[in-house]
Structures are given as structure tokens and as C-alpha cells.
Design a binder for this molecule. Structure first.
Ligand code: G3H
Ligand code: ZN
Length: 276
């Protein structure tokens, strides 16, 4: 089976979605640019979705739109949910045991790698907690991952994608992002495992392009900006269409939300340098 992410693969943006309409908006942007895409489900979204229906929709719609859409389980901390995602056809899973001691992180990651490999599912894992907020999990005290931990981690695990804290944060940035770019090159010197940037929301186009200039950066995660685009769609439709004047029309609001998420996605995907 061909790995959709590898040292030779294209680079991807991965967008967190929580519903069929949010997934459709992202896929519409991707299909317009003829771009393959990753849709991620946070644990909270995964637990609330009808995952069978969601999987069937995503795969059939992306086939209709002639793109590849890969489903990824984001920041999963328990083996049970990893099992479920694999069983229901997710293409990749992230085991996030970055809050555990390194040896325990390695042990758990390998447990996941073994069961995923049997089904041809790719595995992402994290070393050194990435700051910020993801679902209810907060890791605001964490800092930059230690290179010796990253080195030991990649030498002792069998993973397909590596995430490590290099200064990005989940959620909104307070002040100017302070990224340790040299770590990306240092990581590339010790391993060719594709590197994943978490906390992509709030990074300027210039920063995102700089990150994409590293050939080992293969996946950039965007979650908060998808939610902000959703919010913006609601706000714009209410302001522009004057609910009092023209009445409350859910179709207008849905369409504005779709446009808002699609436009945000298009702007990110253009940074990959693929235009139609
Ligand atoms: O795993 C998901 C992300 O790393 C997204 O972070 O909400 O800052 O875009 P973000
Ligand atoms: Zn993340």
C-alpha cells in the first residue's frame, strides 16, 4: 500500500472539521485547486460524529470531486479510539502520549504502530507537548521539545509522521509567534520521517510559506481558523442580510458559512503553489 505521506510525498494542509458541511466546504476548496487534502477529526468531533456516515460521505464526495481526501484522527490519547478509527477506515491516526514520560510515550506509540501497520494505517506521534488548547486538553506550561528526546524517540519508534514542539501553539497566538526553525533542519538531519506542524492557525502566509520551504515539513494542521471561518460566516450573514428585514433564512446562513470556510481553505492551499 502506498503511504499518502512519506519523505517523497507532496506537502499537505490538514484541516480539522466536525461535520459533513464543514468537510464539504474544505473539500470544495481542495477540488477547485485540484489538490489532495487531509481532513482531521479531533477526539471530541470523532466521539460526536456518526463516523460511519461521515466516512462514507467524505470518501464518496471526494471521489465525485476527483481528489483524494485522507481522514486522520487528531491528538488521540487512548488505544480504544485508535482501534475504532482504524476499524472505521481512517487513513491515519495520531497517538499523542506527549504528556507521558518519554519511555511510556515510546511504548504506547509502538503499540499503536503495530496495530496500525496491520491495517495499512499511518501513525503520527508527538514528542514534547505543543502549547495551547486542543479540545479540553490544555498544555500551556509546555515549551520546546528537547532534541535528545526527539532523537531517542525517532530511533525507538516506528512512526510515519513526527510532531514536536518547535514553538507553535494550538489556538490563538498571544503576541508574535516564536518558531525555532532551525529545529526543523536539525530533525531532518537525524530522520527523514515527515514532520508535522501543529498550531498552524494564526501563522502569517509568510511564516507558513517559510515552513513549507523545509522539505521534511509534510503536514500543517489548521483547526482554530476553520472554527473562526465558521463564526465569521454566521456573523456576516446576519449583518449583511439584516435578519429583521428579510427574515431568518438558515439557507443563507449555511451558504455564507460554506463560503467562509471554503475561502479560508483556498487561501491556505494556494500556499502549496498549486493553482488551477
Ligand atoms: O492538531 C491540530 C492543530 O495542531 C491545530 O492547531 O487550532 O492552532 O490551528 P490550531
Ligand atoms: Zn495539534
Amino acid at each position: 500500500m502506498v503511504k499518502y505521506i512519506s519523505s517523497n510525498s507532496p506537502q499537505y494542509f490538514a484541516f480539522n472539521v466536525w461535520s459533513i458541511p464543514s468537510a464539504k466546504a474544505v473539500m470544495d476548496a481542495a477540488s477547485q485547486l485540484k489538490c489532495d487534502i487531509i481532513l482531521q477529526t479531533s477526539m471530541k468531533a470523532f466521539q460526536q460524529l456518526d463516523i460511519e456516515e461521515f466516512h462514507a460521505y467524505v470518501k464518496s464526495y471526494s471521489q465525485k470531486k476527483k481528489i483524494n481526501t485522507y481522514l486522520h484522527l487528531d491528538h488521540c490519547r487512548t488505544l480504544d479510539w485508535i482501534h475504532t478509527a482504524i476499524e472505521y477506515g481512517w487513513d491515519s491516526v495520531m497517538i499523542d502520549a506527549s504528556d507521558k514520560p518519554l519511555d511510556e510515550n515510546i511504548r504506547l506509540t509502538n503499540e499503536v504502530a503495530d496495530l496500525a501497520a496491520r491495517k495499512g494505517v499511518l501513525v503520527e506521534a508527538e514528542v514534547g507537548q505543543i502549547r495551547g488548547q486542543e479540545d479540553e486538553i490544555s498544555s500551556v506550561e509546555a515549551g520546546i521539545a528537547r532534541m535528545e528526546d526527539i532523537d531517542r524517540f525517532v530511533k525507538n519508534t516506528r512512526i510515519d509522521m513526527l510532531a514536536a514542539a518547535i514553538g507553535t501553539v494550538h489556538g490563538q497566538y498571544k503576541g508574535v509567534p516564536n518558531l525555532h526553525y532551525q529545529m526543523i533542519s536539525e530533525i531532518n538531519e537525524i530522520t527523514d520521517i515527515p514532520f508535522v506542524i501543529h498550531g498552524g492557525s494564526g501563522l502569517s502566509d509568510e511564516i507558513l510559506s517559510r515552513l513549507l520551504s523545509y522539505r521534511n515539513v509534510k503536514k500543517i494542521n489548521i483547526s482554530t481558523e476553520v472554527k473562526l471561518a465558521y463564526k465569521c460566516g454566521i456573523e456576516e450573514s446576519i449583518c449583511k442580510n439584516g435578519v429583521e428585514k428579510s427574515g431568518f433564512d438558515p439557507l443563507v446562513i449555511n451558504s455564507q458559512i460554506h463560503t467562509s470556510i471554503q475561502n479560508m481553505t483556498t487561501n491556505k492551499l494556494r500556499l502549496l503553489g498549486r493553482t488551477s
